[in-house]
Write a protein that binds this ligand. Structure first.
Ligand code: ASP
Length: 411
């Protein structure tokens, strides 16, 4: 007799499919295949063979060792996303799991790296993240560090992790590592990246890299994670485990797996080099507009009536059609900063080369240097939270605050 959670072999004609029996309300047999996908079968057309009882799998008891006084203590703050989910075989639902105990039971290797405290700050998919949630998250991180955490890990959905990570990099000057981690594939899939990413994140959280970083799978194999500076990273693929890439620079470093050896490639701020401080002033009323061929400049009028700052994703070196230039001028003259970035993603804007560029500069555009458009947006929200003076905002936008601008691009 089979039940949900059993491993079974389904035979249909010459084909056979192995997987874990899932709940089904339709009368079909549903199994989760080894590749992580679900497959449904008409029970009248297949034969099902039991390979392994669910209870055999569950019988492997794991216990958590008591806290080790020789290890540092790391705080894990959960915001949701795939990394915080597990599949409930009774209902088939992906649910959020999040006590320190849950994590350590799921990934026992972590207990060799640190002691952990865990807290759920949000249980959301990251597409539902909002700038006011960044503020609360920054405050929670501050609390953990002030209470003595040696490092903080923030688990986050991968889709908008780069925005939240950049926001915290602008808001917090940290004396300890703050590490964002997520997973592209949930824990129930054999190819899940959640355990390896979490273990590598814990290595970085106990290292001397006192910056806000994102730690994620680096290649298609399970050999290392890259350590990305929060203001340089971008999700570049919808589903691959190595989706996260540092843009316009090298990754700050890497963590080898399973050895945990950290190698750094860039200079970085070291543990204890600065005092903890937090500046959460920020306005969400900024927009990122992508210029596309034929886009109406009136978009800019709408944006300037509704927002306190605008980032443009221009073409090439940082251009929009000449039609847009008078509208940009009206916007900046109304005291609304306009920052130019490039939809090329790689490279630096330079509006001094072509006439269009020079006219755009005359219209008052602030050059976004080699900042990623999304990072420029988060920074503008932060800058416009500090001051309403357009010249002051320009100064902030042109100053490197958290590694988001480099003088000359390194790639
Ligand atoms: N949509 C999910 C999220 O960003 C995907 C993930 O967690 O990776 O929350």
């Amino acid at each position: 007799m089979t039940e949900e959670g059993d491993t079974v072999l389904i035979k249909r004609g010459d084909n056979s499919y192995q997987g874990v029996l899932m709940p089904s309300t339709t009368g079909s047999i549903v199994i989760k295949l080894i590749n992580g996908y679900n497959a449904g079968f008409d029970p009248h057309t297949v034969e099902m063979e039991l390979l392994e009882k669910k209870s055999d799998v569950m019988a492997q008891e794991v216990t958590i060792p008591p806290p080790n006084p020789n290890l540092p203590t790391v705080s894990i703050l959960s915001t949701g996303g795939t990394i915080a989910s597990k599949v409930d075989y009774r209902t088939g639902a992906v649910t959020s799991q999040f006590t320190a105990e849950d994590i350590l039971l799921a990934i026992p290797e972590l207990t060799k790296i640190a002691n952990f405290n865990a807290k759920v700050v949000y249980s959301i998919l990251s597409e539902n993240m909002r700038p006011d949630y960044w503020i609360k998250l920054a405050e929670e991180v501050e609390k953990e560090i002030s209470s003595g955490a040696s490092g903080v890990i923030i688990t986050h959905g991968t889709d908008t992790m780069m925005y939240t990570a950049a926001a915290l990099a602008f808001m917090i000057k940290t004396p300890v590592p703050i590490v964002f981690v997520g997973s592209q594939r949930s824990a129930d899939r054999p190819s899940s990246d959640n355990a390896m990413n979490a273990i590598c994140a814990a290595q970085v959280a106990t290292s001397d890299i006192a910056e806000v970083t994102v730690v994620m799978h680096a290649t298609t194999s399970d050999d290392h994670c890259n350590i990305h500076r929060a203001t340089r990273v971008r999700k570049m693929h919808t589903s691959r485990r190595d989706a996260f890439q540092t843009i316009n620079s090298r990754p700050l470093g890497q963590v080898d797996y399973p050895s945990g050896k950290i190698t750094t490639h860039l200079d970085y701020i070291k543990r204890g080099e600065r005092e903890l401080s937090i500046n959460i002033k920020m306005t969400s009323r900024c927009a990122l507009l992508k210029y596309t061929t034929g886009a109406s400049p009136e978009t800019l009028l709408f944006a300037s009536a509704n927002y306190k700052g605008i980032v443009l994703e221009g073409t090439g070196l940082g251009h929009v059609s000449t039609e847009w230039i008078p509208y940009i001028e009206r916007t900046t003259q109304a005291g609304i900063p306009v920052v130019m970035t490039s939809q090329c993603i790689n490279g630096r804007v330079c509006d001094r080369v072509y006439d269009t560029g020079r006219d755009i500069l005359k219209a008052g555009v602030i050059e976004g240097e080699d900042m990623l458009p999304e990072v420029a947006l988060v920074k503008l929200m932060w800058a416009a939270g500090q001051t309403q003076d357009i010249d002051e905002i320009k100064k902030i936008m042109s100053t490197n605050i958290a590694g988001e601008i480099t003088r000359s691009s390194q790639t």
